[in-house]
Design a protein around this ligand. Sequence first.
Ligand SMILES: *[C@@H]1O[C@H](CO)[C@@H](O)[C@H](O)[C@H]1NC(C)=O
Length: 364
Amino acid sequence: MDATIKLLSILLYSAIGSVLGEFCDRGTGECKQLTAADCPAVFYNLQIIGYNNVKYCDEFNDIVCCPLPLNAQQKNVKPMETTRMFEKECRRYNDVRSSCRQTPLIVDGTKAEPREFPFMALLGVRQPDSSVISWDCGGTLIHPKFVLTAAHCLATTETKEQRLDANFKSPKYVVRLGELDYSSTEDDAQPQDFQLVNYVVHPSFEEAADGGIHHDIALLELDRNATLNEYVAPACLPPSSGNEHFYLTAAGWGHTSNSGQKSSHLLKVALQRYNEEICMARLENRIVPRTQFCAGAGSDVTMADTCNGDSGGPIFVQHPAYNCLKQIIGITSYGLICGNYKFPSVYTKLHLYTDWIEQIVWGV
Ligand SMILES: *[C@@H]1O[C@H](CO)[C@@H](O)[C@H](O)[C@H]1NC(C)=O
């Protein structure tokens, strides 16, 4: 085969999903595309199996573990290596944490404690010839040099090269870690400011005509490693969907697209994840349940009176294995209407993007 064609087909194949054709679920199934032709057994029985019980080989690319007929099942297939790079890193993050602040997570739009969420990042923009920074989005530290945020936070009029070029006259991004109340110098915080050397918007990011936003995820590369301490420490990525978590916490400085209320103090809010039908109904179908979920304050009795987190900021749970760490389940995307429980906010499902993140952050 011609080398170029070979390379192209390899690239195409890996883009579609390199797991196709592999055995899965201890040899009882084979990884196949979820279509009527490739895997009718799952395709036609989705309702019976239940969306949350479908076994995926590659959920992002809709590749499922399709059951094989009994005579074709493989015995003694070794389970695949399951510890991912980001999980090993998470263990290391835990090893270097000497102490942490624990507070009950059932709260409604209250101020975060100092050092409670040391992974919280602020993404700001500084206009040329000005020292004033406008803090517009939130983010999450997931590695000493990388911050996760929402892609729509990076909308610019100039090119990325111009935006990153210190000598080109344009607004410049600033990332701040270790902050609590950015209008105070008396707060118990140890801010560290960074410039960006790069940022990567997900290649499929799109703001659709119906108002929906898809694949709203991006990575920011800082100009140096953050100094990790009690005020600045990374959070962990999720190895699985996190669908089992009904109660989640979001944190942010309350900058939302449709609100004038901004809090200079970091806030936290307890949220409930809604099921697909509720999300679809309340958001008038402007949500893609495969890649997004929605959450809000459960009822109007406990209605949060603050905005439930920054765009770009995280929604997370306590890490199941590590006391001092949080596991990020989603990224706040859109749909925020402050204090109105009827309009849940929409989150990007983080676990679908961990391959993409690993490639950029750890080069694997
Ligand atoms: C930055 O942190 C990473 C991850 O801990 C480490 O591998 C790397 O060597 C550090 N880089 C510098 C310049 O200290």
